[in-house]
Design a protein around this ligand. Structure first.
Ligand code: HEM
Length: 377
């Protein structure tokens, strides 16, 4: 594991170099773009929170750039259905790879495959791989979720992502839904805040916990899963709570993100700490108590949330969790739906689960391992 040494700017350039090396581009003959070209001066200006490169070390170049690089400020999710056969999907992936290969701005591109396509097209994906079961409290619009193919793009500029999406339009896919999210502007290098005003992403798995995110062995080694939910947030009702009640709902302080009873954002929450009267400092219904990994035998998920604002009443969180087993999401969400103090303020309106094939070594086309055996790790 590499120690965190870089300055933010150097880390970003290092990240961009890793992106150039690790993104699923398939033209080995062409030299990789210079790191500065790949990141572009706009990346810093856009306020990219460039921390150190997590999950560095052996195999890091084969990790998905969209999961491991510092979170870029804009997200575009493009979901499609594919009426064709595996050969047509392969052609799509190769054409997309050629377009992405020409891109010269800070960018990550991550391919996802929905469960129905995995089975129908006979793709190499983990088995079993099924849709999420219905979850309590869900108010899902099926047309706004799921899909055979998902392309997750992140970048420094929303307009650039839209332009790229236009360039990625190819025959053989039927657009299903698309959505844009952003990381609200904030101090560089700090955990971003969600629409409730709380830091979101503080307790993500660290570099030594990659085993919870990537599949360890077999033909899908280095692959992962994305669980995506579009979650509407009632900001008016939440804002009406007194600040200490808001903090009891989340289990953290609004100011600095520290867990109740603690003093630092990234310290472990003390779930046993009590007031002199014997009440838990982090209440039984607090969001961070019910999502704590101790309730799941230590299993973790990597969360990268983006805010969306689509008009009155349609704003919230584009929840993206990356994990090696979607069943973890189901267990956590079942707990949240029943007991989470946050639940009255949120509503899940769209959902999808996707297998993310391993990116493979430099020069590999997007999704290459879906079409035949490949062992990258
Ligand atoms: C709009 C809905 C949601 C909001 C506003 C929200 C907000 C937050 C906040 C503020 C934190 C504390 C800071 C942090 O560690 O990131 C947190 C932690 C967390 N949330 Fe959520 N969350 C939402 C939905 C979900 C869902 C659907 C899940 C999974 C089913 C989830 C899983 C987690 C996990 C695993 C943690 C880390 C807990 C820990 O280890 O301390 N969240 N969330």
């Amino acid at each position: 594991m590499q120690p965190p040494t870089s300055t933010p700017r150097r880390a970003l350039l290092g990240a961009a170099a890793a992106l150039a090396a690790a993104a699923a581009f398939r033209r080995p003959a062409r030299p990789a773009p210079a790191a500065a070209d790949a990141a572009g001066p706009s990346a810093d200006a856009a306020g990219v929170s460039a921390g150190t490169h997590p999950y560095a070390g052996a195999g890091a170049a084969l990790r998905h750039p969209g999961l491991v690089l510092p979170q870029l400020p804009h997200l575009l999710l493009l979901a499609y259905d594919t009426p064709g056969a595996a050969a047509e999907l392969r052609e799509v992936c190769e054409r997309w790879s050629a377009v992405l290969d020409r891109e010269r701005t800070a960018l990550t591109a991550t391919l996802g495959i929905g469960p129905a396509a995995a089975g129908r097209l006979g793709l190499v994906t983990p088995v079993p791989f099924a849709d999420l079961p219905p979850l309590p409290g869900d108010r899902l619009d099926p047309a706004l979720g799921g899909g055979d193919v998902l392309l997750q793009l992140t970048g420094a500029c929303a307009q650039r992502l839209d332009a790229l999406a236009a360039a990625l339009e190819v025959p053989g896919l039927v657009p299903r839904w698309r959505r844009h999210g952003y990381v609200p502007a904030g101090p560089a290098g700090q955990t971003p805040r969600n629409l409730f005003g709380f830091k979101d992403g503080s307790a993500n798995p660290g570099p030594a916990e990659g085993q919870w995110i990537w599949l360890p062995s077999g033909p899908c080694a280095g692959g992962s899963f994305l669980v995506h939910r579009r979650i509407a947030m009632d900001t008016t009702a939440f804002a009406a709570l007194p600040p200490e009640r808001q903090e009891a709902v989340v289990g953290r302080r609004r100011t600095d993100g520290s867990p109740l009873g603690g003093t630092r954002e990234h310290e472990d929450p003390d779930l046993y700490a009590k007031t002199p009267e014997g009440r838990y400092l982090i209440p039984a219904t607090a969001h961070i108590r019910l999502t704590n990994s101790r309730l799941d035998g230590g299993a973790r998920m990597l969360r990268r949330g983006y805010t969306y604002t689509d008009g009155p009443g349609e704003q919230g969180l584009l929840f993206c969790a990356y994990l090696r087993d979607p069943a973890l999401f189901v267990r956590v969400q079942e707990r949240l739906a029943q007991r989470d103090a946050l639940t009255p303020f949120v509503e899940h309106r769209a959902s999808g689960v996707y297998y993310l094939p391993p990116p493979g070594p430099p020069g590999t086309a997007l999704g290459a391992s879906l079409f035949g055996p490949a062992r990258y790790l």
